[in-house]
Design a protein around this ligand. Structure first.
Ligand SMILES: [Zn+2]
Length: 245
C-alpha cells in the first residue's frame, strides 16, 4: 500500500486519539470516584436499615414497658384492696390470716415486677442512645453519598465532553485520511490493539519492539510513500526524521 509521507504522519494522531478514548472508557468503568459513590450509596441503605431496626426495637420495648406497668398496677390495686379490708376491721380471723399471707406474696410479686420494669427501662435507655447513633450515622452517610455522587458526576461530565470532543476529532481525521489507509489501520487495531505507531529510534511505536540492524537497513531502502508495517505486531510504522534510519 502507498500513502504520501505527510499523510502517514497525519495518521499518527489517530492512535493518540484512540488511546485517549480507550483511557476514558476504562475510567468510566473503573473510576475510584465511581466506586466511592456506589459504596456510599450502599452505606446509606445499610444505615437506613439499621435505623428501622432500632426504631422497631424501641417500639417493642415501649410495649413491654406498658405491659410491665400494667402488671405492677394490677398488683398495687390488689394490695390496696386487701389493705382496705384489713383496715375496715370487718374480716374474720381466718380471713385476716389469709389476707396477710396474700399481702406478703403480693409484696414479693410487686418487687419482682418493678425489677422487670426497671430492667426494661434500662434497655430502653440503651436503645434510645442507639437511635441517636443510628440517626447520626444515617445523616453522615447521606452527606457522604451526596458528596461522592457530586464528585463522580463532575468527572463523568468531563469524561463525556472529552469523549465527544475526541470522537469529533477522530471523525475529522478519518475523513481527511485515505480510506484504504484507515481501513488497514482499523484492521490492525482490531487484531492487536494499536493500528499505527511512529518508528522512533529503530523501535516500533505500537509494540515497542526494537528492530534489528538488518530490518532497519531493509526499511531504509523502502520508498518514502510505501506503507511499512511492523513484522511483530502488524502496525503501520510511520517513518519520520526521528526514526533513526
Ligand atoms: Zn510493532
Amino acid at each position: 500500500m502507498k500513502a504520501d509521507p505527510q499523510v502517514q504522519e497525519d495518521l499518527l494522531e489517530l492512535p493518540l486519539v484512540d488511546r485517549k478514548l480507550a483511557q476514558l472508557t476504562k475510567e468510566s468503568a473503573t473510576s475510584e470516584l465511581k466506586g466511592n459513590a456506589t459504596a456510599a450509596r450502599a452505606a446509606v441503605v445499610a444505615a437506613e436499615e439499621s435505623l428501622v431496626e432500632t426504631r422497631t426495637r424501641i417500639k417493642d420495648l415501649e410495649r413491654e414497658v406498658a405491659r410491665a406497668e400494667n402488671d405492677v398496677e394490677t398488683v398495687r390495686s390488689r394490695i390496696a384492696r386487701d389493705q382496705q379490708t384489713l383496715d375496715s376491721g370487718a374480716a374474720t380471723p381466718k380471713q385476716l390470716t389469709d389476707i396477710q399471707h396474700e399481702l406478703e406474696s403480693l409484696g414479693r410479686r410487686q418487687g419482682e415486677l418493678e425489677d422487670v420494669e426497671l430492667e426494661i427501662m434500662e434497655r430502653m435507655e440503651e436503645a434510645a442512645k442507639g437511635l441517636a447513633t443510628a440517626e447520626g450515622l444515617l445523616a453522615e452517610s447521606r452527606a457522604r453519598a451526596e458528596e461522592t455522587a457530586a464528585e463522580w458526576d463532575r468527572r463523568a461530565d468531563e469524561i463525556a465532553s472529552e469523549t465527544v470532543a475526541l470522537e469529533g476529532r477522530r471523525a475529522d481525521l478519518v475523513a481527511a485520511l485515505p480510506a484504504d489507509l484507515v481501513a488497514l489501520y482499523e484492521k490492525v487495531r482490531d487484531r492487536s490493539g494499536v493500528g499505527a505507531g511512529l518508528l522512533r529510534h529503530g523501535r516500533c511505536g505500537a509494540c515497542q519492539l526494537q528492530l534489528s540492524a538488518s530490518d532497519l537497513s531493509r526499511i531504509r531502502e523502502v520508498a518514502a510513500d510505501e506503507v511499512v508495517r511492523c513484522e511483530e505486531c502488524g502496525a503501520i510504522m510511520v517513518r519520520t526524521e526521528e526514526s533513526g534510519l
